[in-house]
Design a protein around this ligand. Structure first.
Ligand code: NDP
Length: 614
């Protein structure tokens, strides 16, 4: 058993994951099993680091004492003095002229200033209060234009730059070429990719009300779905008019269960088709990137073709309307079985493959939030598959079934205007999600949350059976609306969609390629992780503009159901609660990741979702 080198409370220099930067940190604890130190940075950020990423302060102080100045520019000249004593020093005859030398010095000074943008903490051998800003990625100028990323990358590119910076600060032995290569390869990725967020370790902060909260949610979520479906079938779905409970045996239908299984495996077969591009996800804590096939939209087209064939042969799709409860029960049973399988297999998963948020060691909590981050069977990614396909495509199929049921039950030759609006708005939402499938790879569900009951039930039961509530409601509660009202609701939906889509695209494009010329007009706050935080455009309007757009759309989906009952507004009410809670979770993660830079962003953009309200 290797013994630990650093004690709790000791102040040491910790490497920032994915970079060559060392900060002053304090050791707060040590995990004997994972051999990881939990260290706290000055801004409160806590990370788990390997022993090899920690150095004693004395090793830095020793190097610093070789330089007579702490100023970068003066240090550069002192280093050139020291270099002149090195064996690599050019022969006298090859020395530069005075003007060349001046130019060279100017050049070097410039380089160091520019480098300090990307390497804000290299100067922190002895951090002081004065440089706390740089500590958090806020160098001299706190806002950058997106084009400055190009300059940054160009300036950092040559070996010479890396060599100069590394030599200047004595971060390695100059003779150690192998090590140089390693550091260089890390450096190259500094600006372009998401840095390693956190080495997977025990989850200390429990969300969703901890063990009791997650236990309650496991019971309450399915109960809510069944309650809503029962209410929708009532003639008077007033809140206090509780529906009579159906006989237990009437809830189970093997045929419905068979259809659910068939549906799941049909979508899985579409997912496995070798069509569509393969892309890489964001780097995992190990630095590895998983590959994902982007063919959700093709799966949707194939499903639409299959449904078209069924309808052509007069398959009664409205069967779904009559047996929606049985289908929901079957889907819930399936998602429960899937969650149990996911938890059992996660027990054998290596530590680094566990979810940062679902590794508490408490069975109920980990079962609910998801223990394993990216469970895969071969190349089949279970979480990514479930995120958008069976549930989301299932939702539009249920909506279509409701439309057909309405026509049949009310003997209509065309569906009602309300039903057309609800179907069209939600179809647009689903098609958009599948068309932009790649964007799901940067969401919290994929990068942070494990795959457990929460996502399995959410994706396979909650989304298809609760999100289709308005269409289900309209079948039993016809709500005529006029054309002007329909036009006004459509405009509202379009506004919501525009905000939602452009905000998501702006952030995704910026994350994927910050040097994209299309984003040149946007400003951002640089952070110590190398990623910027947009402060103009949509992300300068509120801190979650995409949520705002989503909520506006949710309202537009409920309005066609009129104002007789609150039931069809369940979605928009629930969705506001969900997104407010999700926003708080995201803020918490961003605060941990970006420290003071995030606080600056919050000062600059004070409202979270609703401008001037929240
Ligand atoms: P977001 O797409 O909102 O992403 C949040 C992340 O964006 C942060 O963690 C941070 O990650 C990055 N970020 C935050 N601020 C900035 C900034 N100023 N500049 C650049 N990057 C920033 O997360 P979600 O996964 O919650 O949502 C994705 C979409 O899915 C949303 O449109 C949401 O409405 C929708 N959604 C829909 C649901 C539904 O049931 N219909 C449920 C949940 C979400 P980092 O810095 O690490 O890149």
């Amino acid at each position: 058993m290797p013994s630990r080198k650093f004690a709790d409370g000791e102040v040491v220099m910790g490497r920032w994951p994915g970079s060559v930067l060392y900060y002053e940190v304090q050791v707060t604890s040590y995990d004997d099993v994972a051999h990881l130190y939990t260290v706290k940075y000055k801004d409160g950020t806590e990370l788990a680091l390997k022993e090899s990423d920690i150095r004693s302060q004395s090793s830095f102080k020793h190097r610093k004492s070789q330089s007579s100045s702490s100023s970068p520019s003066r240090r550069s000249s002192s280093r050139s003095r020291s270099r002149s004593r090195s064996p690599g020093r050019p022969a006298k005859g090859r020395r530069r002229s005075a003007s060349q030398s001046r130019e060279h010095k100017e050049d070097k000074k410039k380089t160091i200033q520019e480098t300090s943008i990307a390497l804000p903490v290299l100067v922190l051998f002895k951090p002081s209060e004065n440089n706390t800003k740089r500590y958090n990625g806020e160098p001299e100028s706190t806002e950058k234009n997106a084009t400055s990323c190009i300059t940054l990358e160009q300036k950092l590119k040559p070996d010479l730059e890396i060599k100069r910076v590394l030599e200047q600060y004595s971060l390695r032995s100059r003779k150690d070429d192998k090590k140089k290569e390693e550091i260089y390869s890390e450096k190259k990725t500094f600006v372009a990719v998401k840095p390693i967020e956190k080495v997977s370790t025990k989850t200390k902060e429990l969300e969703f009300g901890g063990r009791i909260g997650t236990f309650m949610l496991i019971l309450v979520l399915p109960a809510t779905v069944f309650y809503l479906l029962l209410m929708c079938k009532q003639d008077d779905p007033s809140l206090l008019n509780f529906p009579p409970l159906p006989a237990l045996e009437s809830l189970w239908d093997w045929r419905a269960f068979g259809v659910i299984l068939l549906w799941f495996f049909l979508q899985a077969a579409f997912y496995l088709l070798p069509i569509g591009k393969v892309v890489e996800g964001l780097p995992l804590s190990s630095g590895r990137r998983l590959q994902y096939r982007i063919n959700g939209f093709y799966a949707f087209i194939l499903t639409a073709a299959a449904i078209g064939v069924l309808l052509y042969f007069e398959f009664e799709l409205h069967y779904l309307y009559d047996h929606l409860m049985q289908f929901a029960v079957s889907a819930a049973a399936f998602s429960l079985a899937l969650s149990i399988y996911l938890y059992v297999r996660s027990l054998k998963a290596p530590e680094e493959e566990l979810a940062p948020g679902g590794n508490s060691g408490y069975f109920i909590y980990d079962f609910f939030t998801g223990h394993e981050l990216n469970p895969r069977i071969g190349s089949f990614d279970l979480k990514y598959f479930c995120e958008l396909r069976p549930g989301l495509i299932g939702w539009v199929v249920i909506n279509l079934a409701m439309l057909l049921a309405e026509m049949k039950i009310h003997n209509l030759s065309v569906p009602s205007l309300s039903m057309i609006l609800v179907n069209s708005f939600q179809l647009l939402y689903v098609v958009d999600a599948l068309w932009n499938e790649e964007a799901v790879l940067t969401t919290m569900d994929i990068t942070h949350d494990g795959f457990g009951f929460m996502l399995a039930f959410g994706d396979l039961v909650w989304v298809p059976f609760v999100y289709s509530l308005q269409a289900f409601y309209l079948v039993g509660h016809p709500t005529p609306i006029t054309w002007p009202v329909a036009a006004a609701i459509t405009v509202l939906n379009c506004i919501g969609y525009y905000i939602f889509r452009s905000a998501n695209s702006q952030k995704n494009n910026f994350r994927r390629n910050p040097a994209d010329p299309k984003l040149a007009n946007l400003k951002f706050i640089p952070t110590a992780t190398g990623k910027g935080l947009l402060v103009t455009g949509w992300w300068g309007f509120v801190r979650h503009p995409n949520y705002l757009g989503d909520i506006i759309m949710a309202l537009a989906w409920s309005l066609p159901c009129g104002f007789n009952h609150i039931l069809p507004y369940f979605y928009v009410i629930y969705f506001i609660c969900l997104l407010v809670h999700r926003e708080a979770r995201d803020e918490h993660h961003c605060k941990q990741k970006y420290g003071l830079a995030w606080e600056r962003y919050c000062q600059r953009v004070p409202y979270r979702i609703f401008p001037y309200i929240y």
